[in-house]
Design a binder for this molecule. Sequence first.
Ligand SMILES: Cc1ncc(COP(=O)(O)O)c(C=O)c1O
Length: 356
Amino acid sequence: MSAQPPRHGENVVRFASELIGATPLLELVRTGAGTRLLLKLEQFNPTGSAKVRMAREMVVQAEDSGELRPGGHIVEPTSGNTGTGLALMALERGYSFTAVVDDHAAADKLRAMKAMGAHLVIVDSAGTEGPSSVRRRRVAAEISTRTGAYQPDQHNNPHNNTGYRELAAELRKDLATDIDYLVGAVGTGGSLCGTVAELRRLGSGVRAIGVEPAGSIIFGGPAGGYWQTGAGSPAGFPVGGNVKYDVIDEDCRVRDIDAFATARVVARRTGILIGGTAGAAVHVALRRLVHLPAGSTVVVLVCDAGEKYLDTVYDEDWLAARGLYDQSAHQRIVRLCRAYDESVRLASTDLVRTGA
Ligand SMILES: Cc1ncc(COP(=O)(O)O)c(C=O)c1O
């Protein structure tokens, strides 16, 4: 067969990881005062999550430093989104990958990792409502010591945070104004702190609001169980160095009931399904909008897609069995959105009346 001449003007990538980034911004609501709440839809990345950005960065940096050698083995404890990101990087670059997970993780994330050839080690969460982060981490460390596998350690690896530099650049490029508030769910802290640090380096005056599940201990609240997966840290888990307390201006805790009700309202309003931790972040942002100066811009980092939670956040039986199906929480969010919509209508009526 004769060699094919290069085709000019084509837009084709050879690796899925080349599709990381350039995720869209969707306006969820605006107020009559011109304040906007925008969603940065990170589920449009390959693997359906923001975390693939940092998985790529950690792997590339480990190759550069020699910690990861050709044909090597990667092991990491994960609630699933870091794991799918590492699974993608491993298959593209010829590594094996072991994900240490627990049965608290969304089943579809586990299935996705397996589909990409990852080996799963499942740690029993002993029927608790929280993740088994402490045990996951211990098992991963044991595997790393025994086999010499490279453990990225997303909670302390600085390349987790720097993996979000492009996300910050995208926000600068896609918006004509500065961002007043960036709101994000916090787990390792990488996505919120990394994005905010880079935004500020680029000249932004953005304020950062970190959101964790009620029951998580990152910001010092009382410990308890929670069903939001990916964000938060349960009692006894040492908060890693990637939560930069000096970067985060405000912190909030959101109950599962409110996080999940908000995610479900967003689905009904936009047709876009967001994950439960994004629901928590949107909940905080929605309540804040009314208090902000006119014309403010608020961006919520949507870490992942609701399609990963069809069996949980979007399943009424699953919610009801855990006492999380709450119509009044749902109605509160619906009313808030309607009030914002109404304020826009009134503002435009005023403009017509005054002939402005
Ligand atoms: C669904 C979900 N939300 C939020 C987060 C928190 O992101 P970060 O670890 O960057 O703080 C994660 C992290 O895994 C996640 O999977």
